[in-house]
Design a protein around this ligand. Structure first.
Ligand SMILES: Cc1cc2nc3c(=O)[nH]c(=O)nc-3n(C[C@H](O)[C@H](O)[C@H](O)COP(=O)(O)O)c2cc1C
Length: 214
């Protein structure tokens, strides 16, 4: 490997993750990921835990984000839903392999309003609405044909309307970030990490941040 130039060494000694506000950094990285990921740049691991501290993790899709937080939709009677109802805290993880970057987000969850859940549920194609309404997500399924029979019957029931009523247990949650951490692959495995934490409460909140050893 060629020796790094003085300019490269100087660059390596400086963080490429700016201090200040994490949200514009997330926006920039997410925009890059949408251009470079082969699919589902909005896929993220969602970690939840039971009140006694047993963790579980699965992928979900980010369906909205902004200063208020990061929103995903799911079946609230699923394993994750049951854990969330009992312990309204979670962690999210994006790993964009094409960029060699990671973002970790942690904080409490709040449920979206019924109006928001309705709007998102009905923005999905009819077949997706049918599939969600027919699924007792995370519960045992005796055989696949049972699920397909349910799909067929819900499809027949609502085909004329062109949309399925949103099941009350199908909803969304917004994670309100209290901590966001960015990880960036750098030369010679001297990676770059910056963690932002929200301090204060109500209107008096602000982000502080610092570097972490990778
Ligand atoms: C890329 C990807 C995206 C997914 N998106 C969602 C989603 O947005 N909502 C959801 O409920 N499940 C989604 N799933 C399925 C979940 O990973 C999981 O299998 C399901 O929600 C049941 O999880 P649970 O038993 O922990 O509740 C997705 C799976 C993959 C692989």
């Amino acid at each position: 490997m060629p020796e790094p130039t003085p300019e490269e060494l100087a660059r390596l000694a400086t963080s490429e993750i700016p201090s200040g506000d994490p949200m514009p950094i997330f926006e920039e990285w997410f925009a890059l990921a949408k251009q470079s990921e082969p699919n589902d740049a909005n896929a993220m691991a969602l970690a939840t835990a039971t009140p006694d501290g047993s963790p579980s993790v699965r992928m979900v899709l980010l369906k909205g984000h902004g200063p208020e937080g990061f929103t995903f939709y799911t079946n609230a009677q699923s394993r994750k839903g049951t854990e969330i109802r009992a312990n309204m805290q979670a962690a999210l993880l994006f790993h964009w392999k094409s960029l060699r970057r990671q973002v970790r987000i942690e904080g409490p969850l709040v449920e979206v309003s019924p109006q928001e859940a309705d709007a998102y549920f009905h923005s999905r194609p009819f077949v997706s609405q049918v599939g969600s309404a027919a699924s007792d997500q995370s519960r045992p399924l005796d055989q696949r044909s049972t699920y397909l029979d349910r799909v067929e019957s819900i499809e027949a029931e609502w085909a004329a309307e062109g949309e399925v009523p949103r099941p009350a247990h199908w909803t969304g949650f917004t994670l309100r970030p209290r901590a966001i951490e960015f990880w960036l692959d750098r030369a010679n495995r001297l990676h770059d990490r910056r963690r932002f934490t929200l301090t204060g409460a109500g209107d008096a909140v602000s982000w502080s941040d610092g570097l972490l050893y990778p």
